[in-house]
Design a protein around this ligand. Structure first.
Ligand SMILES: [Zn+2]
Length: 118
């Protein structure tokens, strides 16, 4: 059973909105390596060269790094979901190949696996 075009269009627009938001948040702390793939790199800001500046740089970097990774992962899921929509394989669990429940997709349009495999 394929998803209704209307529902699919709704999910697509929420995915695009999410993508935009994730990119905006990522740009604050990272620079894109491969924007198409959602590949980012945490920026290491050079504040200054004395010891205190260096400590601040390291601190900021280690604070931003896990945030960047989480956002990046999410963005890649979103991109993957959009690609699957193009290919017509959207909404299929990546683990058991069963259809993902529509209610789950409505809450989390970039879900890759179904509720049972979660
Ligand atoms: Zn599954």
């Amino acid at each position: 059973m394929a998803l209704e075009p209307k529902i699919l269009a709704e999910l697509k627009s929420s995915l695009l909105k999410e993508k935009e938001e994730l990119e905006k948040n990522l740009e604050r702390i990272a620079k894109p390596v491969n924007e198409k793939k959602g590949d980012y790199e945490t920026t290491f800001e050079n504040i200054g060269t004395d010891r205190e500046d260096n400590a601040t740089e390291v601190e900021e970097y280690s604070e931003n790094f896990p945030i960047e990774k989480t956002l990046e992962k999410k963005l890649q899921d979103v991109i993957e979901s959009l690609e699957k929509m193009e290919k017509g394989t959207y909404g299929i669990c990546a683990n058991c190949q069963q259809e993902i429940d529509i209610e789950r997709l409505k809450i989390n349009p970039s879900a890759r696996i179904c509720i049972k495999c979660k």
